[in-house]
Design a binder for this molecule. Structure first.
Ligand code: GLA
Length: 740
C-alpha cells in the first residue's frame, strides 16, 4: 500500500487511518481505553487535543483513574463503547457474565496491520487486494471475564472508504451472553447534526427524512428478521446546513440483511454518538468458552463536500468492491418480466409469446415470474416444492428455455426459496422446518411460513432442489424473492443450538444460512445473475448486494412514485443496483397514467427492463420501446458508471423532478427531468445542473445549442414548456473541446 495508509505511533498509542481525502484517528490512552479522536478531512498530526477533561457530577471514574475525577467514560468519545465502566449512553456492547452481572471493561491489548482487506467467515464484506486496501485489527480484552474483542478496520484509500466489523471471543472459562453486539460506533465532539434516514412500507420504500439530532436518542431499525421495507440500514449524519453540494456528512451502510438498529444519541454534554449493528432488542447470543461471534461489517465514508460526494463514494465502493458480477460475456440484459403481464395466469405458450414479441423490441431476456412450480396457481399454495409444473406450462422447463433461446433471448426464473406454503408437499413432509413455536399458532403472511434457514438440512434441501431446476434448462438469471417478515422464531434443531426460541441467535444463523445458500449457488453457477427482491425493496441492503448485484427496488412500478423511491435509494446505493421496469398504464399499483416516454426515462435510472405484456402495446408504443432500449444500451456506461446527481428533492419540490449522470471526466452528461404538476400560464422551471466543469462550454447533442458550464450550474437551464401531466425531458450534453 502506498504512503502510509495505516499508521501506528506505538509510543503515543495513536492509530491513524488515511484515505485520499479523509483521516480517521483513535488512541489507546494511558488507562488502556480506546478513544475515538477524529474522522474528517485528511490531516497530519494528532487530534488528541480535541478531548477535554472535566470533573463532572454523576459521571463516574474508572478505579485506575485514582484521584483523577476528570476522567470518565461517560464523557469520552470511544471506538467501541461498552456497558459496565460508567458510560451511561447507548453502548455498542452489552455482555452478561455467568454470574448475571452485566459489566465489561475493555482495555487495549494489541494490534496487527495486514495488507489487503479482511474478510468475514460466512458474512458478506467489501473485498480488496493488497494494492487496494489495508487492514488494521485492534484487540481489546476484559481480563475478568476473558471476553476478547477484535475491532477490524478495512481502509480503501482510493475509495475514501473505511469499513468496520467486530469479532467477539469468549476466551474465559464461563459462558457469556451477548445482549448487544454493535458493529460500529462514531462518537463526535459537540456540534449540531442532522440524521438522514430512509423509511417506508411495502411499495413505497426509502422515503427520505432529515431530522435534527437532539438530546435523547433516536433510532431506526428492523425487528422483522430482514433489513425491511420500513427502514433502510443506511443512515447519514450531516452537519446542520450541509446539503447536496457542501458541508460535512458521514454515512454508515450495514452489510447485513437481517434485523438491525441504527441509533443517534446526543448526550448531556452535547456530543453525538452514532451506532450501527444487529438489532439488540430480544437479542441474546450465547457464547460458550472458546466460541466466537462475528458482528457484520459497516461501510463508513465521510465527505466534506456534501451529500452528492458522499453518495458517489458509496456508489463506487459498492459497485467496485462489494458487488460481484457473474462471469457473463455480455452486459447485463434488458429484461422483460412476466409478473404484471400475466401474474399467475400463464402457460409456457404465454411466456413464449412474450418472448417472441419482446425479441422484436430489442429485449435480451424474459423472466418467468411466480407460478411455474409445484401446485401454485395463486399465492396460497406451492412454496417449497421447487419442481416444475409441466402440466401448467405444457412443456418441460428445458423445452421452454430452448424456445426462448431460439427467439434470441436469455431466460430467467423467479424463486422464493426461504418460504413454505402450508399447502405444499414440503410442509406436509417437514412441518418442523418452518418457524413455529410449539403450542402456538403461527402468524401467516401472504399465506406463507418461513423456513428455518439456521438449519443445515433445510439449506441443503433448498440447494439441491434449486440445482435440479437450474440443471434442467438453460437459465441465465434468477429473481430471488422473499415475501414476508419473520415471526414465530423457534428452531426445532437442537444440534445447532436449536430447540430454542432465542430469536436473536436463531435469526443471525438464519441470515448466515441464507448467505451460505447464495454463496453455494454462486460457486456452482458462476455465470448466473441473481436479482434480489423482497416484495420489491424489502431487503435492499449492502449485504444482499454482495450476492445479488441488483435488487428489484420496489413493487411500485408507478413512474411518479418511483421518482421518490429511487431518489431515496440513491443516497446509499448505486444506480446499477436498482432494478427498475417500465410497466403498463393505468399503473397496477396506483391507477395513474403516465406517458410511455416518461416511464422509460424513470426506469432508465436503474437496471432497465419491462414488466408488461408487449402484445397489449400499440404500434407507437412499441416504436417508443425500441427507441428506449437502443438509447439505454448506448447510455448504459454513463448511467451505471457515471456520477449520479440529485438535482431536485422530490420530497420537497412539487413542480418538477430532475437528476443527472455525469461521466467521471465531466465531458458527457445526461439530464432527466419529469414535470410533476401542470398549471395554466405556468412559470418557467429552471433546473440547476451539477458536476460539470465551470470553465467549459457544453453542447446539447440534439439541438447543437451551447451553454456555459458555470451558468448551467448556477442559473440553471429552463425546462421547455410541455403540455399535460408527467412529461419527460432529457438533455444530452457534451463538452465542447477547444478547437471544435
Ligand atoms: C413479490 C415481488 C413481485 C412478484 C411477486 C410474485 O411481490 O416483489 O415482483 O415477483 O412477489 O409473487
Amino acid at each position: 500500500m502506498t504512503d502510509m495508509t495505516i499508521c501506528c505511533d506505538e509510543q503515543n498509542g495513536l492509530f491513524t487511518l488515511h484515505t485520499k481525502f479523509t483521516t480517521y484517528q483513535m488512541k489507546a490512552d494511558r488507562l488502556g481505553y480506546l478513544l475515538h479522536l477524529y474522522y474528517g478531512p485528511r490531516m497530519e498530526g494528532s487530534a488528541e487535543y480535541l478531548i477535554t477533561y472535566a470533573d463532572r457530577g454523576f459521571s463516574g471514574n474508572p478505579y485506575e483513574a485514582g484521584g483523577d475525577r476528570t476522567y470518565s467514560l461517560d464523557a469520552l468519545p470511544q471506538e467501541y463503547p461498552f456497558r459496565g465502566e460508567g458510560d451511561y449512553r447507548s453502548t455498542a456492547l452489552i455482555a452478561e457474565n455467568a454470574d448475571g452481572s452485566v459489566s465489561t471493561d475493555l482495555r487495549y491489548a494489541g494490534y496487527h496491520i495486514r495488507e489487503g482487506k479482511y474478510s468475514l467467515p460466512g458474512l458478506p464484506a467489501m473485498y480488496g487486494q493488497a494494492e487496494e486496501a489495508e487492514t488494521l485489527e485492534i484487540d481489546l480484552e476484559d481480563t475478568a471475564s476473558g471476553l476478547q474483542i477484535t475491532l477490524l478496520y478495512g481502509v480503501f484509500p482510493e475509495l475514501d472508504i473505511i469499513t468496520r466489523a467486530v469479532r467477539i471471543k469468549n476466551a474465559g472459562q464461563q459462558p457469556i451472553v451477548l445482549r448487544k453486539a454493535g458493529s460500529a460506533c462514531l462518537d463526535c465532539v459537540p456540534g449540531e447534526y442532522d440524521l438522514i434516514t430512509f423509511h417506508g412500507r411495502h411499495a413505497m420504500e426509502r422515503n427520505w427524512q432529515r431530522i435534527g439530532v437532539e438530546h435523547g436518542s433516536y433510532s431506526v431499525g428492523s425487528r422483522r428478521g430482514t433489513s425491511s421495507h420500513q427502514y433502510s440500514p443506511f443512515v447519514i449524519l450531516a452537519r446542520h446546513g450541509a446539503d447536496e453540494d457542501a458541508g460535512e456528512c458521514w454515512g454508515m451502510s450495514f452489510v447485513y440483511s437481517g434485523e438491525f438498529r441504527a441509533e443517534a444519541e446526543k448526550d448531556q454534554y452535547g456530543q453525538t454518538r452514532l451506532l450501527m449493528g444487529i438489532q439488540d432488542e430480544a437479542f441474546a447470543y450465547p457464547l460458550a468458552p472458546g466460541e466466537t461471534f462475528t458482528g457484520p461489517e459497516v461501510i463508513l465514508s465521510y465527505s466534506a463536500e456534501g451529500l452528492a460526494a458522499l453518495s458517489h463514494r458509496f456508489h463506487r465502493a459498492i459497485r467496485e468492491n462489494l458487488c460481484r458480477e457473474p462471469e457473463r460475456e455480455t452486459p447485463r440484459p434488458v429484461l422483460i418480466n412476466s409478473w404484471e403481464a400475466a401474474y399467475f395466469d400463464f402457460t409456457g405458450e404465454t411466456i413464449c409469446n412474450i418472448a417472441e414479441e419482446a425479441a422484436q423490441l430489442g429485449v435480451d431476456m424474459v423472466v418467468m415470474d411466480d407460478g411455474w412450480f409445484g401446485n401454485r396457481s395463486s399465492d396460497s399454495s406451492g412454496l417449497g416444492d421447487w419442481v416444475v409444473n409441466e402440466k401448467k406450462l405444457g412443456c418441460t422447463l428445458g423445452e421452454l428455455s430452448e424456445k426462448i433461446h431460439e427467439c434470441g433471448l436469455e431466460f430467467g426464473l423467479w424463486v422464493e426459496p426461504e418460504m413454505v406454503s402450508e399447502d405444499s408437499d414440503l410442509y406436509r413432509e417437514h412441518p418442523d422446518w418452518a418457524y413455529r413455536i410449539p403450542g402456538r399458532k403461527p402468524v401467516r403472511s401472504r399465506f406463507q411460513l418461513v423456513l428455518d434457514l439456521s438449519r443445515r438440512e433445510v439449506v441443503d434441501y433448498l440447494f439441491e432442489s434449486l440445482c435440479r431446476v437450474l440443471d434442467s434448462a438453460q437459465i441465465e438469471y434468477i429473481k430471488w424473492d422473499m415475501n414476508r417478515s419473520i415471526t414465530d422464531v423457534y428452531s426445532a434443531n437442537s444440534a445447532q443450538g436449536g430447540g430454542t426460541a432465542n430469536p436473536g441467535a436463531v435469526l443471525y444463523r438464519y441470515v448466515l444460512g441464507l448467505y451460505d445458500l447464495l454463496e453455494r449457488l454462486r460457486t456452482r453457477y458462476p455465470k448466473l445473475l441473481i436479482e434480489g427482491c423482497s416484495g420489491g425493496g424489502g431487503r435492499f441492503d449492502a449485504g444482499m448486494l454482495y450476492y445479488t448485484p441488483l435488487i428489484w427496488c420496489s413493487d411500485n412500478t408507478d413512474a411518479i412514485e418511483r421518482i421518490r423511491i429511487q431518489h431515496g435509494t440513491s443516497f446509499g446505493f448505486p444506480v446499477s443496483s436498482v432494478g427498475s421496469h417500465v410497466s403498463a398504464v393505468p399503473n397496477h399499483q396506483t391507477g395513474r397514467i403516465v406517458p410511455m416516454k416518461t416511464r422509460g426515462v424513470v426506469a432508465m435510472a436503474g437496471n432497465f427492463g419491462y414488466e408488461l405484456n408487449p402484445a397489449d402495446m400499440t404500434r407507437e408504443e412499441k416504436e417508443e420501446v425500441r427507441r428506449q432500449i437502443r438509447e439505454f444500451k448506448e447510455l448504459r456506461p454513463l448511467i451505471h458508471e457515471g456520477l449520479y446527481y440529485r438535482l431536485t428533492n422530490p420530497f420537497e419540490e412539487r413542480e418538477a423532478a430532475a437528476w443527472s449522470f455525469v461521466s467521471e471526466d465531466r465531458r458527457e452528461a445526461l439530464v432527466s427531468v419529469v414535470t410533476l404538476e401542470t398549471h395554466g400560464n405556468p412559470t418557467t422551471a429552471y433546473i440547476r445542473l451539477k458536476g460539470l466543469e465551470k470553465e467549459a462550454v457544453y453542447r446539447d447533442r440534439e439541438s447543437g445549442a451551447c451553454y456555459p458550464g458555470a451558468a448551467l450550474m448556477t442559473a440553471g437551464i429552463p425546462v421547455p414548456a410541455m403540455s399535460g401531466e408527467y412529461q419527460a425531458w432529457q438533455l444530452r450534453l457534451e463538452k465542447v473541446e477547444s478547437g471544435s
